[in-house]
Design a protein around this ligand. Structure first.
Ligand code: AMP
Length: 569
């Protein structure tokens, strides 16, 4: 059972399950100027005042100056406090797509001292419920016209079950479900911005919650604190040399940690212009590139790069504005990097990042060898990296592969309310064990890193993460299934997709991809997590320590796919 939400008090946050940075580290980060001693909304409001007349946001529906965007956000904040039961310190779930209302709602929550929980519109009712209960969230902001308009039903169910008390409905009728977005803007219009809670906010508190992990058992929630989250964004903007006039195009879900920390916040903190694409549809992206001439695409998953390469309009479109094309989220194949260069004249570099904090990026002018094969250097000079033997505390020999473990001024020191996870996800001296395998290289005397695989049980489907355990746990509820193991199968475009190996109950008919998918959707699972291939075995292979051997299953599906593509072509 979730504890009550902390209402605006630092010690409550700690009592409620926040693991703080050690005092010594906080002092060091402030003294070095990484942490500013100010809250994230205070920093954003300063940027808004400095750049008031510049364009902050462009979508296919319109454009907003800094003044307009932040005026709307302040009204939203005031309306939220006036017309709902939400109070500073409360947490609010988001089910919002890439529209301006999402940006206004996110900024408005920060200005109201309310903490956004960065869930996605793709999440199912089960995921929102589990995460809301874990955090103790009271509110939900939902987009009525997203997808096929299914989001208000999720909100309705969660309110009926008393999981959520306050709902805001954007882009559609509120229909007795909660407050309407436009009504909040109207009711907040007369409030004085001078009274908004962010003005007295404490920078040591939680600004927003980001997600990691699935929703089986104890969720993994990354509590992002005002100073470190601001620093993460500012350091990214500075490293990429964003400034007033820089135009950035972002096509992935904006509420994901990447959307917030490689696009929205760094763009706004540096006076730049964010072009928010409604989706990653390549035709729309080409239109936006030609219309707004962005310089930077700060995160292009390899799957998107491949679709761009294969789109019939790509070679005839004017892509000459794109000076900084940063591939990330998944391993980049040399062949894709080479085709981007040869076919579209695009120079790529790479980025690695995570909801827990840590970023790497290859320097813009590094040799091609470094840009194509490594994720480069840590974002901050204060980031500390160790490549440890998995499960141990000793470093591997130079150049060997080991688990990437990180600590620094914007990497969390513990998941929220998750002592059990924290006991093994962090070393005793605060390094986060990422579950990714990495190798350290030395190029021209400085260190850079390559990602060489992972030891965590996660499928990386075009950068959407599928946590195997979460899906397996639901599949095991199927009456015909006695055992299940979800593994990654290679996919040319998405990198990986989920394949499930099933052992059936005696005499049962094997479920198909479709029937199993319908079953999982009915349990409230997000669509992107559904298995895209079903294999049936009499028993699952075991490793020599008696655990299901996912390695053997991954090899099996790779073999099968190899044979099938051999016979088909
Ligand atoms: P998320 O927290 O959803 O942003 O996912 C972070 C995870 O994505 C990392 O722990 C990696 O497993 C994976 N990831 C992110 N960037 C890269 C990259 N450039 N190459 C390989 N894996 C990546």
């Amino acid at each position: 059972m979730a504890k009550t939400t902390a209402r605006g008090n630092v010690e409550d946050d700690v009592g409620n399950g926040l693991v703080r940075y050690p005092k010594e580290a906080e002092a060091r980060y402030r003294e070095a100027g990484y942490w500013s001693g100010r809250t994230l909304p205070a920093e954003l409001m300063s940027a808004a005042a400095t750049h008031a007349d510049r364009t902050a946001l462009i979508t296919p529906e319109g454009s907003w100056t800094y003044h307009d965007l932040f005026t709307a956000s302040q009204r939203f904040a005031a309306g939220l406090l006036e017309s709902t039961g939400l109070r500073p310190g409360d947490a609010v779930m988001f089910q919002m797509g890439n529209v301006a209302e999402t940006v206004v709602s996110y900024l408005g929550c920060l200005l109201a001292g309310i903490r956004p929980v960065c869930t996605l519109p793709q999440h199912g009712v089960r995921e929102i419920r589990v995460l809301a209960e874990h955090i103790g969230a009271r509110g939900l902001i939902t987009q009525a016209d997203f997808g096929h308009g299914r989001l208000p039903d999720i909100a309705r169910t969660l309110r009926a079950d008393a999981v959520i008390q306050d709902i805001v409905v954007a882009r559609g009728p509120a229909d007795g479900l909660g407050a309407g977005y436009e009504d909040l803007l109207a009711s907040g219009a007369s409030a004085s911005p001078a009274t908004l809670p962010y003005r007295t906010g404490d920078p040591r508190q939680i600004a927003a919650f980001q997600l990691s992990g699935g929703t089986t058992g104890l969720p993994k929630i990354a509590p992002r604190l005002h100073e470190e989250y601001t620093y993460n964004s500012r350091a990214w903007a500075e490293t990429l040399d964003w400034r007033p006039g820089t135009v950035i195009l972002y096509p992935l879900p904006i509420m994901h940690n990447a959307g917030i920390s490689v696009a929205l916040q760094p763009a706004l903190l540096s006076g730049a212009t964010l072009v928010l694409a409604p989706s990653a549809d390549i035709g729309t992206l080409l239109d936006l590139i030609e219309a707004h001439r962005p310089e930077a695409l700060p995160l292009v998953p390899p799957a998107l790069a491949i679709r761009l390469l294969e789109h019939p309009r790509s070679t005839s479109s004017d892509l000459s504005s794109l000076k900084d094309f940063i591939v990330g989220g998944q391993k980049l194949a040399e062949e894709v990097a080479g085709r981007l260069r040869d076919v579209l004249g695009i120079t790529v570099r790479q980025k690695f990042g995570m909801a827990e904090g840590m970023f790497f990026v290859t320097p813009a002018h590094a040799a091609e060898e470094v840009r194509h094969h490594t994720v480069g250097e840590p974002l901050s000079p204060a980031d500390e990296i160790r490549i440890l033997r998995p499960g141990e505390n000793t470093e591997v020999a130079p150049g060997e592969i080991g688990e990437l473990c990180v600590r620094g001024p914007y990497t969390i020191r513990g998941y929220y309310r998750a002592e059990q996870h924290n006991a093994h996800a962090f070393t005793s001296d605060g390094f986060y064990r990422t579950g990714d395998l990495a190798r350290r290289h030395t190029v021209a005397g400085s260190a850079c890193y390559s990602i060489e695989g992972r030891i965590k049980d996660v499928i990386n489907r075009g950068v959407e993460k599928i946590h195997a355990e979460e899906v397996e746990e639901l599949i095991l509820r199927h009456p015909d299934v006695s055992n299940a193991a979800l593994v990654a199968m290679p996919d040319k475009v998405l990198g990986e997709k989920a394949c499930v190996y099933l052992v059936l109950e005696p005499g049962a008919t094997p479920p198909t991809v479709r029937t199993l998918g319908e079953f999982l959707l009915s349990k409230g699972l997000a669509k992107y997590k559904l298995p895209e291939r079903v294999e049936v075995l009499p028993a699952l292979p075991l490793s020599n320590v008696g655990k299901i051997s996912k390695k053997a299953l991954r090899e099996d599906i790779e073999d099968k796919l190899g044979r099938e593509s051999g016979t088909s072509g």
